[in-house]
Design a binder for this molecule. Structure first.
Ligand SMILES: CC(C)(COP(=O)(O)OP(=O)(O)OC[C@H]1O[C@@H](n2cnc3c(N)ncnc32)[C@H](O)[C@@H]1OP(=O)(O)O)[C@@H](O)C(=O)NCCC(=O)NCCS
Length: 171
């Protein structure tokens, strides 16, 4: 049985059986609540193979009640199950650009994909961004992740004006 009090540190993916998503049920998008967090952690672990509980606990604290500051953490539910989530925020003058919305993470359970959940999550996030007064949305993704690239392209996203740079820092 799922606990409603996520705690503990990063661990390999738990072996707990995840009930199948009730994909026939209507989809709802709403702000995350504390009781959703285990489902979000399990979903992330399905994709990455690591259950990062401390990371998600701290993200929840930063984003869940922070709508007034432009931060959004939404979940998609089908029946009583959380089947997807999206996280984003409005950032002012980040990288020298006027305020715009950033999508940091989007995930849908493998057994609930290709049913429009991610599309609805992104649309809800963009509505929130619009209400916050911004008219541009950006994201950053791994060039190897063709699945997420296909999704964002399908939503109308194109290559933006920035390029990512990085280097190793000597110890
Ligand atoms: C990408 C992802 C969020 C899409 O979720 P979804 O709910 O299945 O997406 P939708 O049903 O809204 O699909 C919208 C469009 O995206 C594109 N798309 C989605 N999955 C696709 C796939 N497997 N192959 C090609 N295109 C795909 C399609 O154009 C689709 O429209 P269509 O169904 O009319 O063809 C989901 O596959 C996922 O969670 N993947 C892992 C995410 C990840 O790697 N996250 C880490 C980085 S943040």
């Amino acid at each position: 049985m799922r606990k409603n009090t996520p705690s503990g540190s990063a661990s390999r993916r738990s072996k707990t059986a995840v009930p199948p998503a009730p994909v026939g049920a209507a989809l709802h998008i709403r702000p995350v609540c504390w009781g959703d967090l285990n489902a979000v952690i399990e979903m992330d672990a399905m994709v990455t193979g690591i259950a990062k509980r401390d990371y998600w606990n701290s993200l929840y604290k930063r984003y869940a009640d922070a709508v007034a500051t432009g931060q959004h953490f939404l979940v998609a539910t089908s029946g009583s199950e959380v089947i997807g989530f999206v996280i984003g925020e409005v950032r002012d003058w980040e990288f020298g650009s006027p305020p715009c919305g950033w999508v940091f993470a989007i995930d849908v359970r493998p057994d609930a994909r290709l049913l429009g959940a991610a599309t609805q999550l992104l649309q809800s996030l963009c509505q929130s961004f619009k209400r916050a007064g911004v008219s541009k949305v950006r994201t950053l993704l791994s060039r190897e992740n063709t699945l997420i690239l296909s999704f964002f392209r399908s939503q109308g996203m194109m290559i933006g004006p920035f390029i990512p740079l990085e280097m190793d820092i000597e110890p």
